[in-house]
Write a protein that binds this ligand. Structure first.
Ligand code: GLU
Length: 292
């Protein structure tokens, strides 16, 4: 089977300089491997989605010469697949319902002498692991295996590891508001779409160990990971739609692609968009595909 990659934007706004880096890198990786490139719209977190942003993102990609090889998919249409995966995890004891609110979790951590540090996500203390004890289920969580330290190799970042039990705890698969968690949706979709190479922004690298544990719990094949550099804004923070990053200027797609390519360490290219993409595909191949 051919290698398969994907770009998976959340339609919370138009593409900006940072998201184009991930789009271009995943496209180049798929092309350099002689593979297939897909686009998946990650619109599970409906309150954060902006109407029309999906169509606009697809137009922006097309203007940059990045067109998917198969029909685009939308996560909002795939709830039944996430439900089936959750049911499978429940049937094998790898998932359980949880009745805890955020304040229940903070109170349990404080009582255990492990209060949450400011700005740090709470590590779930496992309150509902033994059962709901008559309380009402709000969310569903993955029951981490006893050995929850994950070692993985990132093509750019090198060997990585995380003790998911110590850093995250049993994490949410379906949220209290009924929405599917990103971790579950991404793992189910990557597997169903036969994705072999995940190329995405380095801000997502710390989700990888959770996704690997979910793949194992669902008996899904492992994939390769390559996390690309982030574009930082003037304040040194990651450029994001939330901090008001400007939408890509579609009047000059080559200039936008050139800046994305330079973040990826690729050489300047002359000619038009097609010539530039061909040059960068060869450079990407030499840099990243020889050994993997
Ligand atoms: N939807 C995620 C985002 O836009 C990307 C998910 C992924 O590539 O795994 O940040």
């Amino acid at each position: 089977m051919k290698p398969r990659g994907r770009f998976a934007p959340s339609p919370t706004g138009p593409l900006h300089a940072g998201s184009l880096v991930a789009a271009l890198a995943s496209w180049l990786d798929a092309r350099a491997r002689g593979g297939v490139w897909l686009v998946r719209i990650e619109d599970v977190d409906t309150p954060r989605c902006v109407p029309g942003a999906d169509g606009f993102i697809l137009q922006q990609l097309a203007a940059c010469g990045l067109t998917p090889d198969e029909p685009v998919s939308w996560q909002s249409q795939r709830g039944h697949r996430y439900q089936a995966a959750l049911e499978r995890l429940l049937s094998t004891g790898s998932a359980y319902p949880c009745a805890c609110s955020r304040s229940d979790i903070e109170a349990a951590l404080a009582a255990a002498g492990r209060p949450r540090e400011r700005h740090q996500a709470a590590v779930y203390p496992g309150t509902c692991r033994p059962g709901l004890q008559g309380r009402q289920a709000r969310a569903w969580r993955l029951r981490l295996p006893d050995a929850a330290t994950v070692h993985w190799l990132d093509a750019r970042l090198g060997p990585q590891q995380q003790d998911v039990a110590a850093d995250v705890g049993d994490f949410v698969l379906r949220r209290a508001d009924g929405l599917w968690a990103y971790q579950l949706a991404v793992v189910v979709d990557d597997a169903e779409q036969g994705i072999s190479h995940v190329v995405r922004g380095a801000d997502l690298a710390d989700n990888t160990p959770r996704q690997i544990l979910l793949q194992r719990a669902l008996d899904l094949p492992p994939v390769g990971y390559h996390h690309v550099p982030l574009v930082l804004g003037p304040n040194g923070e990651k450029l994001s739609k939330q901090n008001g990053a400007a939408a890509l200027d579609l009047s000059d797609p080559l200039a936008a692609l050139q800046s994305a390519a330079s973040v990826l360490g690729l050489p300047p290219a002359g000619g038009g968009v097609a010539e530039a993409l061909a040059l960068w595909t060869r450079a990407w191949q030499a840099a990243w595909c020889a050994a993997t």
